[in-house]
Write a protein that binds this ligand. Structure first.
Ligand code: PGA
Length: 227
């Protein structure tokens, strides 16, 4: 059976390393009584800001760490301010979020750039979690990339991101049916209350969670829904 992905996107939070460590240990503490066998069916991925990554590598067997972004070239070199996907891979990461709507909006990332980043991440051996807000973005961001490649799509309708106005399960289900990939996550105002519906009723393979992943109690509650 394929695993259900529960991916935490911490975005530009929290403010200090101490708070980041406290959040992680709060999550670990709250999920420690989950039966070990439950982790055979859930993959928990936490994506903290880059500057905390190095302190997050020993998260134990049940939590994986991912990046929130990467450079579009699969190498190191004179790219001031960038983080190479190869660095993330060498650091031991397995996942990287690419094309999040906030990067598309705030950093003017185009489908073409997202496409290059996906290719670089794949070439580095990372598993991209590609965010899309529409079917056009899906098509253009994945141009020339084989459907059978090891990537995950995250459908995140813009109106639902960070607004508390989650997408209806019916609408999400319609989109899920149009996205011809085997692993597709739903993202946008996910909380413990609605988490299960996107998987059980709308047919998604997991969730990309922003705000609710910054509260250890709520995030652990979401995980427990699937345990
Ligand atoms: P949200 O964010 O859960 O706070 O809506 C989701 C995301 O931006 O990935």
């Amino acid at each position: 059976m394929d695993k259900i992905f529960i991916v935490a996107n911490w975005k530009c939070n929290p403010l200090t390393l101490e708070e980041a460590k406290a959040l992680l240990s709060g999550i670990k503490q709250r999920i420690k009584n989950i039966k070990k066998s439950a982790f055979n069916k859930i993959e928990i991925v936490i994506c903290p800001p880059f500057i905390y990554l190095a302190c997050f590598l020993k998260t134990g067997p049940y939590i994986k760490i991912g990046g929130q972004n990467c450079f579009w070239q699969n190498s190191v070199g004179a790219f001031t301010g960038e983080i190479s996907p190869l660095m993330l891979k060498k650091m031991g990461l397995k996942y990287v979020i690419i094309g999040h709507s906030e990067r598309r909006k705030l950093h003017k990332e185009t489908d073409l750039l997202v496409n290059k980043k996906i290719k670089a991440a794949l070439a580095s051996g990372l598993r991209p979690i590609v965010c899309i807000a529409s079917l056009a973005q899906l098509k253009n961001s994945l141009k020339g990339i084989d459907k059978t490649r090891d990537l995950i799509i995250a459908y995140e309708p813009l109106f639902a991101i960070g607004t508390g106005k989650a997408c209806s399960v019916e609408r999400a289900k319609k989109y899920r049916q149009k996205i011809n990939f085997s692993q597709v996550l739903y993202g946008g105002s996910v909380k413990a209350e609605n988490a299960l519906d996107y998987v059980k009723k709308a047919g998604f393979q997991g969730l990309l969670i922003g705000g609710a992943s910054l509260k250890d109690k709520e995030f652990a509650k979401i995980i427990k829904r699937f345990a």
